[in-house]
Write a protein that binds this ligand. Sequence first.
Ligand code: COA
Length: 171
Amino acid sequence: MEIAACRAEDIVVLDRFMPSYSIDGNHRARFARQEAGESTYLIPWLDGRPVGHAEVRWTGCAAPEVPAGCPEINGLFVWPESLRSRGIGAALVREAERLARRRGIDVMGLGVGDGNPRAAALYARLGYRPTVTYVDRHAHLDAEGVRHEHADPCVFLVKELPSGPLDVKQP
Ligand SMILES: CC(C)(COP(=O)(O)OP(=O)(O)OC[C@H]1O[C@@H](n2cnc3c(N)ncnc32)[C@H](O)[C@@H]1OP(=O)(O)O)[C@@H](O)C(=O)NCCC(=O)NCCS
């Protein structure tokens, strides 16, 4: 398994294997934020196909309840489900942390929904601790193009990144 930042030519492949109907979180929107320097859109590849994603938002969590100054891992996802519980999600989190440390950033955050205890357990194992509660507001378009709004109660988790020598892997 390899993890790499999304390239323009990957978008059509991502849309084929992992279609997204989110307005703010579809592959093209995430790639555009990466191009603007606001994020890094990480894609894990296995046997030549994408098997998930994670967007590291260097600008932090968009929710007003979450204090500024902490980058956020957004849209962590492993697909298909048969590939879960094999360490791909944890590898994406660790890669995000490595990129942060290369930038001289010593903290990382991510949000988890109140109804997602398994993901919360993973983040606790990786060293993330609860800070503030907030409401994750997002929207998607259905097959008829109708917009649906969502407001999910979440907790923002934060981890102080350990200091020490960085590995030699290039970005
Ligand atoms: C959460 C997620 C990214 C973890 O990826 P992963 O590759 O399965 O993670 P790892 O193999 O590194 O770690 C496995 C752990 O993830 C957690 N987990 C959360 N949801 C899970 C799921 N649906 N299936 C398997 N593991 C899940 C569990 O703590 C699991 O540990 P366990 O196998 O001992 O139960 C993945 O399960 C997923 O895409 N879930 C749906 C989307 C989601 O909930 N994203 C997180 C938003 S905050």
